[in-house]
Design a protein around this ligand. Sequence first.
Ligand SMILES: [Zn+2]
Length: 476
Amino acid sequence: MSRQYETVIGLEVHVELATKTKIFCSCSTEFGGAPNTHTCPVCTGMPGSLPVLNKKVVEYAMAVGLATNCQITRHCKFDRKNYFYPDNPQNYQISQLYAPICRNGYVEIETESGSKKIGIHEIHMEEDAGKLIHDEWEDCSLVDYNRSGVPLIEIVSEPDMRSAEEVIAYLDKLRLIIQYLGASDCKLQEGSMRADVNLSVREVGAKEFGTRTEMKNLNSFKAIGRAIEGERARQIELLEEGKQVIQETRRWDDNKEASHAMRSKEDAQDYRYFPEPDLVPVDISEEWIEEVRSRQPELRTEKLVRYKEEFDIPEYDAKILTSSKQMADLFEAATALCGKPKKVSNWLMVETMRLLKENGQEPEDLKFSPEHLAKLVELADAGTINSTVAKEVFEHIFYDDIDPEAYVEEKGLKTVNDEGALRETIERVIAANPQSVADYKGGKEKALGFLVGQTMKEMKGKANPGMVNQILKELL
Ligand SMILES: [Zn+2]
């Protein structure tokens, strides 16, 4: 291939906000209720019903805007985006086109090639649609309006990204900011964070952008990476064959690792946007912005610095501990209880990460309490249980959040430090393994390890390994 191509990518990211109630009514936003139980005349689009804006939605949107260096629009308004689809009972969506709440921001991302600013064009507030269920009944589709009216923000980036690596770094940055703010749990798999990728290619050095396509249905970072590679290759192939890229929306099928056209891409005029007549504009005062700003929690960048200073933790560890809010919260709470940051960190970095990986889970899925982790650290530190037993107990904490003190007591797992009992067992082991004893005496160090192992087995793993070694050597 003689020509060199550059990929240009912009993202539209939808995030479901963690409010208790919907954006324009007081129905619950809770996930998973029986179909159409979290509904009322407003969120099912009944004629004559009127929307009332949820203040918390505005505050979450402002918080995300402030954390991403945006300007807050002091006089912001809602608009109607008109389209017909069965999951949208009003036949329009209340969104923002002309005066979105946040504009002109950026986030800084880190990749192999250093740090880079990704511009944020705007963030707007809107309502989610319901959900169509196609496969439960033959011959018909069902609709569940529980999700209709759940608040969303849409974060629209500038076309500043050039690779899948940059896209993933950007999404990860947004996810962490929003999670730390408590504005959403941002789970791609569950759809509380959704990314649409706008992608075009152009020859290196070209000033104009190429024709872009939009890809939907991307529900993991890996799928996003594969979709970007796939679409880039598809567009370059078209251009190399002298064909044109058509502006359209494409659906990525991650199983087939291919995309197919869904529909030709709509422009804003296709939606006949007009100012929402049922809602007054929102005037945002300087005081309100300052109030939201003053309530911003410590974000990841600040936490990273503090962990290194306050807890004397290496950069690498601090990065993993802060890679999810759930993990950082656990770390801080357990450390506050036992005062042993390095030990708490070790349990999270090693055993916790191992078990998460083994179960295909994310740190957001962690459900054990900091109290139980802190108790385990103390039990192990005091020598009440040895490291093998500690690992076993930790697995029960990880899965069932058991109380390690009660568990150790109940199962009789305390380390035996009673010299008399140990001595007795070791004498029995020595008597039963004359060959190993002879080997050891003949200079085979390995034979000692075998005898230690036999003793631990006899003691059901509860012996103090230091003492076993010492007594064995003494008796031999
Ligand atoms: Zn409702």
